[in-house]
Design a protein around this ligand. Structure first.
Ligand SMILES: [Zn+2]
Length: 96
């Protein structure tokens, strides 16, 4: 990934048309190269920084909110294991 960015208008236009956005900054030798959102898709590995920060930040946290996950997917399901043992864990599940 080259980390190229593009304008929101181009994203909106291409999404509306159902077309991926070609990266104009990548060299010809790497074409076709596509711009993708700066997110981790299902099935992709989390960035190594995620684990580094999980191990460093969670033990020091006063409050840890884990939002938007079923805690069924690695690496998010590991997060509660890294908060201090005296933390009270409360889970809110909107789906039964
Ligand atoms: Zn690129």
């Amino acid at each position: 990934m080259c980390q190229a960015e593009t304008e929101n208008d181009e994203i909106t236009k291409n999404c509306t048309e159902g077309q991926p956005i070609k990266c104009e900054k990548c060299p010809e030798s790497k074409q076709p190269a596509w711009i993708k959102p700066d997110i981790t898709f299902f099935g992709e590995e989390m960035p190594t920084r995620f684990e580094e920060m999980m191990r460093e930040d969670c033990p020091q946290a006063d409050l840890c909110l884990i939002i938007g996950t079923s805690l069924m997917v690695l690496d998010f399901c590991l997060l509660p294991n890294f908060v201090p043992k005296e933390f009270r864990l409360t889970f809110y599940m909107l789906d039964p």
